[in-house]
Write a protein that binds this ligand. Structure first.
Ligand code: ATP
Ligand code: MG
Length: 250
């Protein structure tokens, strides 16, 4: 069986997330895509997140229509920041030897991968599917790699002239590029627009998720909390005992 792990904060899940999961499942023949919301995303500990149960409920609603999509509790309440390498290994423990696992990620998140926890080991765990956006080259993908895996400068130079499509084969992993998904939406944008009607919100999230946001009064009056640099950041720094900004992501 072919499957993908798709991690994120999903605060909330939106049409961009669903579009990249659909495109990846279609192109790579994935039988399952595990949507794994992080309870404690290491790179977002300084922002007050919506409760895990709400984020998971929205994911369950959003993924109900596609039988390949699985809302997953792999990263729920471990009490520790959810490092992707641990999540991948936890999922692999449940898989058969013959299963083929991919790590699905957007290029904006991939650009940070060398700051993640044990990135070289993470990249060696499975192949990656990186969803590219217009304007990105293969060189960007190569440059984002941790130093130990980064292609030589001359190779990077050549990659810079190539659009981010195809694949980069490294000794320890293959990075497949997926292009053609251009949903210009982010969770940040939705949190800022949450006061709007269900109809307006439904442009960005499935209608049932829009209904849920309204019903539970999510994101109302607090979209900017901790999202503008320096805005009362001392308040959000105390989130769940996290008293400092984590330097290690992912
Ligand atoms: P936020 O605005 O809070 O950062 P987000 O919209 O980026 O939220 P995340 O939960 O942080 O959503 O992202 C999960 C994954 O989905 C990441 O790999 C990210 O790169 C990818 N992603 C998010 N939005 C898009 C999009 N519109 N197109 C392609 N990939 C996306
Ligand atoms: Mg993001």
């Amino acid at each position: 069986m072919k499957l993908a792990l798709f991690g994120g904060t999903f605060d909330p899940v939106h049409r961009g997330h669903l579009a990249i999961a659909q495109a990846a499942a279609d192109k790579f023949g994935l039988h399952q895509v595990y949507f794994v919301p992080a309870d404690l995303p290491p790179h977002k500990l300084t922002r007050q997140l919506t409760g895990f149960h709400h984020r998971f409920a929205m994911l369950a609603l959003a993924t109900a229509d596609d039988q390949r999509f699985v809302p997953s509790l792999l990263d729920s309440s471990t009490g520790q920041p959810n490092y992707s390498i641990h999540t991948v290994r936890r999922l692999k423990d449940k898989l058969k030897k013959s299963d083929q696992l991919y790590f699905l990620i957007g290029i904006d998140a991939f650009m940070e991968i060398s700051t993640w926890y044990h990135p070289v080991e993470l990249l060696a765990e499975c192949d990656f599917i990186v969803v590219s956006r217009p304007g990105h080259s293969l060189g960007d993908v190569g440059e984002a790699l941790p130093e130990a895996l980064r292609p030589a400068p001359a190779v990077l130079q050549a990659l810079r002239k190539q659009q981010a499509t195809g694949a980069i084969a490294l000794p320890s992993t293959t990075i497949h590029l997926l292009s053609g998904v251009n949903e210009r939406v982010s969770s940040t944008q939705i949190r800022a627009a949450a006061g709007k009607s269900v109809k307006q919100l439904s442009r960005f999230v499935p209608e049932m998720v829009a209904e849920y946001i309204r019903k539970e009064h999510l994101y109302i009056n607090k979209p900017a909390q901790g999202e503008k640099e320096g805005v009362e950041s001392h308040k959000v720094l105390s989130f769940r005992g996290a008293t400092h900004r984590s330097k290690t992501h992912g």
